[in-house]
Design a protein around this ligand. Structure first.
Ligand code: GUN
Length: 281
């Protein structure tokens, strides 16, 4: 039976360290790390995430500045807000919650954020720094995934990592991070043939598909580390991951549950990036 990787506990430990770092920044340099949280419209899931992010900031001593704008906010208005936040010395990180309404081009918005304040790590400058292995702000969910793998006691060097999903937020950046950690990396997606056989070769499996209980236990190599990035809501209102947890935990050496695995780590890494941006300001 697999070791269950406790993302809530690992995120809690990281948040405690970040609270100390905030205190030190305040005492030594008089800096209170500041995060601007921008939410457009009223997507219910986004509202929940934004509330969790603001509470997490308060818990560690990061000041959060909320900008909640109506769904019909124009792209120009949002760009003007970002321009103001880019030069505000109280703001070290800018988070624009995705998805945005269809009349706003997400790529244009992300490119307008100063790369030094891009605590989501989505700006092409930060994506390029990641791709070339240079220091920069990294996307939060991939950072959380790497911390969970490390916590499970696995060094990715020489191991085969199989990633299911090729998004800019998770699949692509985590592939680059695993590559930098010297793993052999395979990225799978909706057009991959014989997905079960490809997954079966993975010493590390990262499931970031967005389909409930898609990855079956009998696909998993015995002893593999399985990181489940999915948060899917079922018809009965309950949440589940992208892996069939009951069967996957019978074969995996370690597995992160969903919820309670990657989710808390993503928020903790947003805080870590905000503290990093404040330190570098
Ligand atoms: N929507 C879903 N995940 C994320 C994230 O990591 N950052 C932002 N800004 N929006 C998201």
């Amino acid at each position: 039976m697999a070791h269950i990787i406790d993302g809530k506990k690992i995120a809690g430990d990281l948040r405690a360290q970040l609270a100390v770092a905030c205190e030190t920044l305040n005492q030594t340099r008089g800096i209170v790390p500041g995060l601007a949280v921008v939410l457009i419209g009223n997507n219910p899931a986004s509202e929940v995430y934004v509330r969790m992010k603001k509470k997490a900031c308060a818990d560690v001593g990061i000041a959060s500045f909320s900008h909640e704008l109506p769904a019909d906010t124009s792209q120009e208005t949002l760009l003007s807000l970002i321009a103001v936040l880019n030069v505000d010395p109280k703001i070290h990180g800018i988070l624009v919650q995705l998805p945005l309404p269809h009349h706003i081009d997400a790529a244009t918005i992300i490119q307008a954020i100063s790369p030094e304040k891009d605590v989501d790590g989505f700006h092409p400058v930060n994506a390029g720094l990641l791709a070339t292995g240079s220091p920069g702000l990294r996307p939060c969910t991939p950072l959380g995934i790497m911390a969970l793998i490390e916590n499970a006691g696995m060094d990715p060097s020489g191991k085969h990592a199989v990633i299911i999903g090729r998004s800019n937020i998770v699949g692509k950046p985590v592939a680059l991070m695993l590559l930098q950690a010297h793993a052999t990396v395979t990225i799978c997606h909706s057009r991959t043939h014989h997905l079960d056989q490809v997954v079966a070769a993975g010493d590390i499996v990262v499931a970031a598909i967005g389909q409930p209980r898609f990855v079956q236990g009998d696909w998993i190599k015995k002893g593999a580390i399985v990181i489940d990035v999915g948060t899917n809501r079922l018809d009965d209102g309950s949440l589940c991951g992208d892996c069939d947890f009951a069967s996957a935990k019978q074969r995996a050496g370690a597995i992160s549950p969903a919820p309670g695995g990657v989710g808390p780590m993503t928020i903790a890494m947003l805080l870590a990036n905000t503290v990093q941006a404040a330190k570098q300001s």
